[in-house]
Design a protein around this ligand. Structure first.
Ligand code: HEM
Length: 511
C-alpha cells in the first residue's frame, strides 16, 4: 500500500513539475537568429561553405546561442565554449541524442557510434569504444605510435614533395589499422590505403552531417539524380560498395590471420577471443560497425591535423625553431623523442593545441539533439532542436584567445612566457558524446609532431625565380575539414637525425 502511494506521489509530482516547466518555458522567447522567410525559414541563407565562420559572424549580432529554422526544423548554434559546457555537458541527460542521418543510412553506415541515437544500443557501443580507448588503455599503443611516427618522418625525408600528403595520410591510416586489426602498412598498394581513400572521398562528397537535401527530405532518395536535391543519392549509391568493404574486409582478414596463427594483437582479435567466451557485449554485425567507426572517425581527423601542422610550420618558422630548440635541449640531438619526454617538452604540446585551435578538424562537430523543452538564460530551447557546437567559432573567441586568428603556440604557456590561455579541448566535442578516440588521437599527434620536428626542417618551396612560395590556408568543407594541397619542402635536420631514423627497427618504406 505504501509503495502504491509512493508511486502515485511520484507520478503526480513529476506531472506537476513538467506542467510548471511547460508554463515557464511557454512565455519564453527562442534564441535570436538572422531574419528568415515564411515557411522555408533560413533555407535560403544557410551557408553552403565555411558554415562555422558564417555562424561565428552571425553570433556577433545575435548572441552566442542562436536559433535557425529550416523547413520547421529548429537548429541551435552554440558559439562559445561556456554555452556548450552549460548545455551539452551540464545538461547532458537531455542534450546527448543525435538526429537521424538518412544520407549516411543510404551510404550503408550502420552501427556507427557517432550517428547513433541515444539509448541502450548507443550505451553498449560507447562502452565498447571506451573500454578499448580510455586513457590508461592507450598506454600499450604508445610503442606502436612511436614506431609509426618514426616511419612517417623517414618516409617524408625520402619521398618527393608531391607524395608528402600520401605519407601523412598513411600515418593516420597506419595507426588505426594497427589499433583495429594489428596490420602494418609498408607498401603503396596496401588494401587499407585503398579502402580509406575511397571512404575519405565518400565522406568529403557528402558534406557536413545532417545537412544534405536528403537529410531534410528523405523521400528524395527515390528520385533520379538529375532531380533537384537528389544528387547525393547518386553519390551514396556510388560510394556504398567501398563502405561495405570497410565493414567486411577487416574482420575477414583478422579471422584468416588467426586461423593461420599469424594475427597480431588488435581490437578485432580481442573481440574474437571475447566473443568465444560470450564476454562481448556486441555481436558480429555490430563489431564491424565499431571498426568502421574507428576508421571513419579517426583517419581523416588525424590526417587533417598533421597536415595542418606541416602548413603551420611552413608559415611560422619562428615557432618551428623554438620547438626544435626545446627538443634539442632535452634530447641533445642524440636520440628520438619518446612519450616519457612529454612532460619536459611543453612547447610541443602548445604546437599541438594551437594546431587543433587554428583550424579545428571538425569545425561543427557532429550535431547533438535536444530531447526536452528547456530554458537557458531566459531563452526557450525546444525539444527536437538540432544543436551544433560551433567549434570553429569557439576557437576564434577573442575573449578567450587573444589575436585568435593568429598561430601562436606560446599563448598556452603560463605567464610571463605566454598568456596562460586554456587548452583547446572543444576540438573533441562535449559531454556524453565527446570523442572516444581523443587520448589515442592526442598521442598519435603528439609523437608525430615531436618526431618530425626533431628530425626534419620544414620550409617553403621556391618558385622558378628562387622566391619563397607562401602557401595559403584553404580548408575543405565536410565532416572533417582538410587543408588543400600546398607546396613545401621537408629536409633532414642533421646527419645525426638521419642516422637515428635509419636505425629504428622497422621495415623500410616503399616510395
Ligand atoms: C584529431 C583527431 C580527432 C578529432 C579532432 C576528433 C573530434 C571529434 C568530435 C568533435 C566528435 C563529436 C563530439 C560531439 O558530438 O560532441 C567526435 C566524435 C567521435 N570520435 Fe573523434 N576525433 C578525432 C579522432 C578520433 C579517433 C582517432 C577516434 C577513434 C579511434 C575517434 C572516435 C570518435 C567516435 C567513436 C566519436 C563518436 C562519439 C559519440 O557519438 O558518442 N575520434 N570526434
Amino acid at each position: 500500500m505504501l509503495a502504491f502511494f509512493a508511486s502515485l506521489l511520484l507520478v503526480v509530482g513529476t506531472g506537476i513539475l513538467l506542467y510548471i516547466l511547460r508554463l515557464r518555458t511557454q512565455h519564453l522567447k527562442p534564441p535570436r537568429g538572422p531574419p528568415k522567410d515564411p515557411v522555408i525559414g533560413h533555407l535560403r541563407v544557410m551557408p553552403t561553405a565555411q558554415a562555422g565562420l558564417v555562424f561565428h559572424r552571425w553570433a556577433k549580432t545575435y548572441g552566442d546561442v542562436m536559433q535557425l529554422e529550416v523547413l520547421g526544423q529548429r537548429i541551435i548554434v552554440l558559439d562559445t565554449y561556456q554555452a556548450a559546457v552549460d548545455l551539452l555537458e551540464n545538461r547532458s541527460s537531455i542534450y546527448s541524442d543525435r538526429p537521424k542521418f538518412p544520407l549516411y543510412d543510404l551510404l550503408g553506415w550502420t552501427h556507427i557510434l557517432g550517428f547513433m541515437q541515444y539509448g541502450k544500443v548507443f550505451t553498449n557501443h560507447r562502452q565498447v569504444h571506451q573500454s578499448y580507448l580510455v586513457r590508461h588503455k592507450c598506454i600499450p599503443f604508445l610503442p606502436m605510435q612511436t614506431e609509426e611516427a618514426r616511419r612517417l618522418a623517414r618516409n617524408l625525408l625520402i619521398c618527393p614533395p608531391e607524395k608528402y600528403s600520401d605519407f601523412l595520410s598513411r600515418f593516420s591510416t597506419g595507426v588505426i589499422t594497427r589499433l583495429t586489426v594489428g596490420h602494418e602498412i609498408v607498401t603503396d598498394d596496401d588494401p587499407y590505403l585503398k579502402l580509406t581513400k575511397a571512404i575519405y572521398q565518400a565522406l568529403s562528397r557528402t558534406g557536413p552531417p545532417g545537412n544534405s537535401p536528403i537529410d531534410l527530405f528523405p523521400f528524395l532518395r527515390h528520385f533520379p539524380s538529375w532531380f533537384p536535391g537528389a544528387y547525393h543519392a547518386r553519390v551514396a549509391r556510388t560510394c556504398r560498395p567501398a563502405v561495405r568493404k570497410l565493414y567486411e574486409y577487416p574482420l575477414q582478414s583478422v579471422e584468416n590471420e588467426r586461423k593461420a596463427g599469424e594475427a597480431s594483437p588488435s581490437f578485432l582479435l580481442s573481440w574474437l577471443e571475447e566473443s568465444e567466451s560470450n564476454a562481448s557485449i556486441v555481436g558480429r554485425e555490430e563489431v564491424k560497425g565499431v571498426v568502421a567507426t574507428m576508421f571513419a572517425a579517426g583517419e581523416a581527423t588525424t590526417w587533417s591535423t598533421v597536415t595542418l601542422f606541416i602548413l603551420a610550420m611552413v608559415l611560422h618558422p619562428d615557432s618551428q625553431l623554438r620547438a626544435q630548440n626545446e627538443l634539442d635541449s632535452v634530447l641533445g640531438g642524440a636520440r628520438l623523442p619518446e612519450f616519457t619526454d612529454r612532460q619536459n617538452l611543453p612547447y610541443i604540446d602548445c604546437i599541438l593545441q594551437e594546431t587543433l585551435r587554428w583550424h579545428p578538424p571538425t569545425p561543427l562537430g557532429i550535431p547533438h539533439r535536444c530531447t526536452q523543452d528547456n530554458e537557458y538564460k531566459g531563452m526557450y530551447i525546444a525539444k527536437g532542436s538540432l544543436v551544433f557546437a560551433n567549434i570553429r567559432g569557439m576557437a576564434l573567441d577573442e575573449s578567450v584567445y587573444k589575436d585568435a586568428t593568429m598561430y601562436r603556440p606560446e599563448r598556452f604557456l603560463p605567464a610571463p612566457l605566454g598568456n596562460g590561455e586554456p587548452h583547446f579541448t572543444a576540438a573533441f566535442g562535449f559531454g556524453r558524446r565527446i570523442c572516444t578516440g581523443l587520448h589515442f588521437a592526442d598521442n598519435s599527434l603528439w609523437i608525430a609532431i615531436a618526431t618530425i620536428l626533431a628530425t626534419c626542417s620544414i620550409s617553403n618551396a621556391l618558385d622558378a625565380n628562387g622566391e619563397k612560395i607562401i602557401p595559403e590556408r584553404v580548408m575543405s568543407d565536410g565532416i572533417a575539414s582538410h587543408p588543400d594541397d600546398f607546396p613545401c619542402v621537408i629536409t633532414v635536420r642533421s646527419p645525426a637525425a638521419r642516422a637515428l631514423l635509419a636505425d629504428f627497427d622497422s621495415p623500410g618504406p616503399a616510395v
